[in-house]
Structure formats: C-alpha cells, structure tokens
Design a protein around this ligand. Sequence first.
Ligand SMILES: [Zn+2]
Length: 142
Amino acid sequence: MESKFATCLNCIDGRVQIPVINWITNNYEIDYVDMVTEAGMDGLLADNSFNPAHILRKLAISIGNHDSNNIFIVGHYDCAANPVDEDVHKEQIKKAVQRIKNYTRSSEITGLWVSEYFEVEKICIIGGVNEDDSPVYEYSTS
Ligand SMILES: [Zn+2]
C-alpha cells in the first residue's frame, strides 16, 4: 500500500512536533507528516504583511510530490516567537487557514491548537474541492 502524507505548517518549537504528528496519525489515515516550520507560524500567516512565498514553495512540494491533501496549521501555548493570548492565537489560526485556502483548493485544511498540556484541539476546518487542476495554483514545484 502506498504511504499517505499530510502536510503540517507548524512552529519551530521542539515541544509541539511529536504531539502534533501523533495526533494527526492517530486521527487520520495518514502515515507520514511533512513538517514545514517557522517560528510563530500562526501569527505570521495571519499577518497580511508577511510574504508566505517560501512556505508555499515547501507546501507545493509536499502536495505535488507526496500527494498530500490534508494540511494542518498549528498554533501553540507559550509560543516564544508569538507571545499572544490563547484567544488571539485561535483567531490567527482561523485567519491562517483561510489564507492558505487561497492557494490550494483541493486540500482539506485544519487549524490546530496545542495546549499547555500538549493536548491537540481542532479549531476549524475547511474542506477540499475535488478538482483535476494543479492543487497549488499560484506556486508549482516545476
Ligand atoms: Zn512557537
């Protein structure tokens, strides 16, 4: 059977990598999680002045070469790079999900929050649309 990949846009924080990977592989038919990290990922993606080109390039490789159609965007408690309140994080996660949705119509995108107890909570989800065209239409791997 072919391996199934998901893609995760996560913080660089070492504490939240394994909890997120375990949660995704336990809750979905996913074998491997391609991890794209940036310090304070949720806050960056929610900030319209932030240019996400280098993140989208990695996302496009994961979607295009690993046939990932599940994307997860993570914010977490005690984030050094994005020290805002939990409520603000959750709003940023929703904005980040909406923003990444602009770049890939076929993927399902899920926003996740990691609590101070390293429990993963689903914040929001936008379903994918089945289309034959390029999944990441503004950025391609070629
Ligand atoms: Zn962080």
